[in-house]
Design a protein around this ligand. Structure first.
Ligand code: ZN
Length: 240
C-alpha cells in the first residue's frame, strides 16, 4: 500500500467563487478521490490545520506527498518546510503541482529560485511526452491536450532535471518544461505544471494518469529513519 498525503493550502477554493465552482470541496479532495484505489491510500492536509496538517507523525507515515500551493507559500513555517525536505532526503517521494514551484519545500529541494514567466489567458496547452519509456508517461500517447490552462513560460529557474518527461507548448507560443524528475537524497521529486485553480485540469483523464503514475514512481524504495554520517569500518585493512 502506498500512503499518500495530498497537501493543499486550500484558500482560493474558499474565497473565490470561480474557483469554488470548479473545486467545491478543494483541489485536494478531487486529487484524493481519483488516487484512492486498492494499493493507494490517501489522506489530505491543509494550511489551516495545526502544523499545517503536517505533524511529524503524518510526515513519517507518508510515502508520497503531493503539494499544491499558490498565494500562501510564506504562511508555511520554515520548520514545516524543513521537515518535508528532510523526509524527502530520507526517502519520501514528493510531487509538486503547478504553482508549487514557489513553495518553500520546492526551493529547499531545488536550491534555485523556481521563477518562470506566466499569463492567464486560458490558452490551450499541448503536453508532449519526451521520455516515453518513463513510468510516469505510461498509458499516454505522443501528447495530450488541455483545453485551457494558465501559460507558463521559460526560462524556468530549476536545476537541470535528472529526467525531463514532459515539455509543453501553449497556444500563445510559449514552451515550458512541464514534467521534471529529480533524485534528492534517497527520495524522488516530480514537478508537474498543469493545475491552475480556475481550470478543471484535475478532472482530465491524462492528467490523472500522470499523477497516478508519478505516485507509483515516487514511492520510497530505500527509506532511512535518520540522516547520519556514521563512523565506518575500513573496507580494506589499513596499517595505521
Ligand atoms: Zn496558476
Amino acid at each position: 500500500m502506498i500512503r499518500v498525503t495530498v497537501w493543499n493550502e486550500f484558500i482560493h477554493e474558499k474565497k473565490r467563487e470561480e474557483v469554488k465552482q470548479v473545486y467545491p470541496n478543494g483541489i485536494h479532495e478531487v486529487i484524493a478521490d481519483f488516487l484512492r484505489c486498492d494499493d493507494i491510500s490517501v489522506r489530505c492536509a491543509a494550511l489551516d490545520e495545526p502544523e499545517c496538517g503536517l505533524t511529524r507523525e503524518v510526515v513519517d507515515s507518508t510515502d508520497v506527498m503531493i503539494w499544491w500551493g499558490h498565494c500562501a507559500h510564506d504562511k508555511v513555517p520554515d520548520e514545516i518546510a524543513k521537515r518535508v525536505q528532510e523526509a524527502v532526503l530520507k526517502g519520501m517521494g514528493i510531487i509538486f503541482l503547478h504553482s508549487a514551484h514557489m513553495s518553500k519545500p520546492f526551493h529547499l529541494l531545488m536550491g534555485t529560485s523556481g521563477t518562470l514567466g506566466w499569463h492567464v489567458d486560458g490558452d490551450k496547452e499541448r503536453v508532449w511526452v519526451c521520455a516515453p519509456s518513463s513510468p510516469i508517461a505510461k498509458g499516454l500517447g505522443r501528447y495530450f491536450e488541455l483545453p485551457q490552462e494558465e501559460t507558463y513560460s521559460e526560462p524556468f529557474d530549476i536545476p537541470e532535471p535528472d529526467r525531463l518527461v514532459f515539455i509543453s507548448w501553449f497556444a500563445s507560443g510559449e514552451v515550458f518544461r512541464s514534467g521534471c524528475c529529480y533524485n534528492r537524497g534517497r527520495g524522488k521529486v516530480f514537478y508537474f505544471q498543469p493545475g491552475h485553480e480556475t481550470c478543471p485540469t484535475y478532472y482530465i483523464p491524462e492528467v490523472r494518469t500522470v499523477i497516478r503514475n508519478a505516485v507509483r514512481w515516487a514511492a520510497p524504495e530505500d527509506r532511512v529513519e535518520e540522516l547520519v554520517c556514521p563512523n565506518v569500518a575500513p573496507a580494506e585493512p589499513c596499517g595505521v
